[in-house]
Design a protein around this ligand. Structure first.
Ligand code: 5GP
Ligand code: MG
Length: 173
């Protein structure tokens, strides 16, 4: 299989998730949180993290496509915000799977800010700082990784591998 090498084990993801939830709870104002995740990559991490917050949470979704097929970013980001929910005056947590060039996150943050939330915090499971093409950073980062193309725990290659419980390095045969 082209995704045999485990980069982050399931147990390490789960223990980091609890730490992140504690960090984020500390940083977020008290009360309800509107959690927005970027589909499809953030769905598994986003739902697990939203539950770990153990707060009064509502969910919103965006879809962003910057990768067409394969492993190279096209640089062009298309965003569908129809299922975002109402953000105005609410405390919002934006969750994505991985911060790479930063174009997706930068564009998403602009859209969220235009909806006038009371506060906005951002969290990514993984950060690949070596690939950044924007000034964007996330407030909370699960793991900083080297420049690998990874799959699992929500992340895909041509829609495969999303349901793996761990993060693996994708190496085409
Ligand atoms: P950016 O706009 O920051 O370049 O790209 C972010 C999006 O590209 C992520 O949300 C993710 O969907 C995808 N992406 C970036 N790096 C990887 C990777 O290593 N593996 C997978 N499967 N997707 C990635
Ligand atoms: Mg994504």
């Amino acid at each position: 299989m082209p995704a045999d090498e485990i980069l982050i084990a399931e147990a390490d993801i789960q223990s980091r998730l609890s730490e992140l939830a504690a960090e984020i709870n500390e940083a977020l104002p008290e009360g309800p949180v509107h959690v927005v995740m970027i589909l499809k990559g953030a769905i598994i991490f986003g739902v697990d993290l939203a539950r770990a917050l153990m707060r009064n949470t509502t969910l919103g979704f965006l879809t962003a496509s910057s990768y067409g097929e394969g492993t190279q970013s096209s640089g062009k980001v298309e965003i569908d915000a129809r299922h975002l929910g109402d953000l105005e005056g609410r405390n919002v947590l934006l969750i994505d799977d991985i911060l790479d060039t930063g174009h997706t996150f930068a564009k998403t943050i602009d859209i969220l800010k235009s909806k006038r939330p009371a506060s906005l915090r951002t969290c990514v499971l993984m950060d690949k700082p070596a690939r950044r093409e924007t000034e964007i950073q996330a407030d909370h980062v699960g793991f900083t990784i080297d420049n690998h193309f990874v799959v699992g725990y929500g992340l895909d290659c041509d829609e495969a591998f999303r349901t793996l419980p761990d993060i693996r390095i994708y190496a085409p045969e």
